[in-house]
Design a protein around this ligand. Structure first.
Ligand code: 5GP
Ligand code: MG
Ligand code: MG
Length: 183
């Protein structure tokens, strides 16, 4: 990892940049097959999904539009509040659009099940989800995620867009945050 100051904050590297980019390429081939000949609206969920969005959008050989939403469910802690608030809404009209939500991670799944219902209610033709990471808790809620990069253990991870109190987003790898950092 980048600096010794930051590597002291991590228990270990869970996924390297190479593993992440290989997985995004693999997901892109599936998405291209599923949406062949169609135009997709990628909806990135700020801020965690910026890196996934940037790499996925450039890897996909499909016509795409990009839009962004910011929702809040976590604050700066490590536990889901279950309360979802729109901080920044989409600029696009979703009527008839094929929407693919791009997310960094699914933990409780509360954010995504709320978000999908919200976007569906705006008249989208379809709303699917692509999430780079999924934690075991997500199995408990009924949210159908078509594209999942990695199933990861129930640890708090940072890097590649994922933060703790706005820090670590710029790490290229994804690492497990050492408990002493948030204890
Ligand atoms: P959920 O509603 O699925 O519990 O939470 C989803 C959001 O919580 C994610 O988009 C992300 O912002 C945050 N989150 C969940 N688990 C982690 C984690 O391990 N690390 C980080 N940095 N954020 C997480
Ligand atoms: Mg997110
Ligand atoms: Mg966060």
């Amino acid at each position: 990892m980048e600096s010794s100051e930051i590597s002291g904050d991590l228990t270990s590297v869970l996924l390297t940049e190479k593993q992440i980019l290989d997985k995004i390429a693999e997901l892109s081939r599936r998405i291209e097959a599923d949406y062949a000949g169609e135009k997709v609206l990628l909806v990135g969920v700020l801020k965690g999904a910026v890196m996934v969005m940037a790499d996925l959008a450039r890897e996909l050989k499909l016509p795409i539009d990009m839009d962004w939403m910011a929702v809040s469910s976590y604050g700066s802690g490590t536990k889901s509040s279950g309360v979802v608030r729109i901080l920044k809404d989409l600029d696009s009209d979703l009527t008839g659009r094929k929407v693919l939500i791009v997310e960094d991670i699914i933990d409780s799944g509360l954010t995504l099940s709320w978000l999908r219902a919200n976007l569906e209610s705006r008249g989208a033709h379809s709303v699917e989800i692509c999430a780079l990471l999924r934690k075991p808790e997500a199995a408990k809620v009924d949210v159908d995620v078509r594209y999942v990069g990695f199933e990861i253990p129930n640890e708090f991870v940072v890097g590649y867009g994922l933060d703790y109190a706005e820090k670590y987003r710029n790490l290229r790898d994804i690492g497990i945050l050492a408990p002493h950092v948030y204890a």
